[in-house]
Ligand binder design. Structure first.
Ligand code: R5P
Length: 292
């Protein structure tokens, strides 16, 4: 009880030093709780404010698609080069070593397959399991304008409520149905709905016309999916355009794991996302690393 008896050394309260009260670095995230901000800081790099997510969750409706036949063989070597891994709980538990230091974004919906209507899905993971897995966010697909629009929007809001209870952010993924037009008007609508209903960040596709209006009108960070495999330089140009037009990062799958040199591709993407490199210079880096 040394403090009660009297301190041995004089106390220093630094009464002339104001306690810092800084804003959180991510758009729209100031009022989130500490746990949520901490988890977001493990997805988004606090220095660049951006993220390179590696999406390998396609198997939950597509099965073993090209490049994901063996996650243990094809994907584990890539993990050190991504900021975050977007994955299902089955793949995580069976194939990713639990001593990984990477943050995990857990894909939580399910119930549909490529053989039927894709929008007919629901939440397929309990929040308790997301907590057990120590994930940094939960990803929910939202099908605005599709047959099951209503149920997928409400799945997302249920996840947001559960996430708020435990401090786990929700990533709303705007899925485009087969017949939907992919334009700025559609993505402004879909991303804004997700943000207004509480998603802490949103994933969408890049579009060449008006993408900056999508990022501007969405009050939370946006990351872009890669979509179908493109030639590497084209994928890097897309990432660069998205970043220059307000995206807070990429969440790419096929353009990484279907590349001839996935590790080189991830490093080239990092150069664009975190270091503002031009796509041409990033492509030179890709080529150099690929040929090593
Ligand atoms: C689709 O299965 C998932 O939402 C993927 O995570 C997303 O589409 C990103 O993967 P990709 O870059 O291959 O489109």
């Amino acid at each position: 009880m040394a403090d009660i008896d009297g301190p041995n050394a004089p106390k220093q309260f630094y009464s002339d030093v104001p306690q810092p009260s800084e804003k959180f670095f991510l758009k729209g995230s100031n009022s989130l709780d500490w746990g949520m901000q901490n988890r977001l800081s493990r997805i988004f790099n606090p220095v660049s404010g951006k993220t390179v997510m590696l999406a390998i969750d396609h198997g939950y409706f597509l099965g073993p698609t090209a490049g994901l036949e063996r996650i243990d063989v094809n994907i584990l070597p890539l993990i050190p080069y991504a900021d975050t891994l977007m994955i299902t709980r089955g793949a995580l538990r069976t194939m990713v070593p639990p001593d990984t230091q990477k943050s995990i974004v857990l894909r939580v919906p399910g119930g549909a397959s490529i053989l039927r209507e894709l929008s007919n899905e629901d939440l397929a993971v309990d929040i308790e399991d997301a907590i057990r897995l120590n994930v940094c966010a939960m990803a929910v697909q939202v099908y605005v304008g599709s047959e099951h629009e209503h149920q997928t929007i409400l799945s997302m809001t249920r996840m947001v409520d559960m996430g708020l209870r435990y401090g786990i952010p929700t990533l709303a993924v705007t899925a485009v149905g087969k017949d939907m037009v992919r334009d700025a008007k559609y993505f402004r609508l879909a991303t804004r709905i997700c943000a207004e209903l509480g998603a802490q960040y949103v994933k969408t596709y890049y579009i060449p016309e008006g993408f900056e209006t999508v990022t501007a009108s969405c009050p939370v960070p946006i990351v872009i999916a890669g979509g179908k495999k493109l030639p590497e330089l084209d994928a890097l140009k897309m990432a660069s355009n998205a970043i220059n037009e307000g995206a807070a990062g990429v969440d790419m799958g096929r353009n990484v794991f279907q590349s001839d040199a996935p590790i080189a591709m991830l490093q080239a993407l990092r150069a664009i996302v975190h270091d503002d490199e031009t796509p041409e210079k990033a492509f030179d880096l890709y080529t150099e690393l690929k040929n090593k």
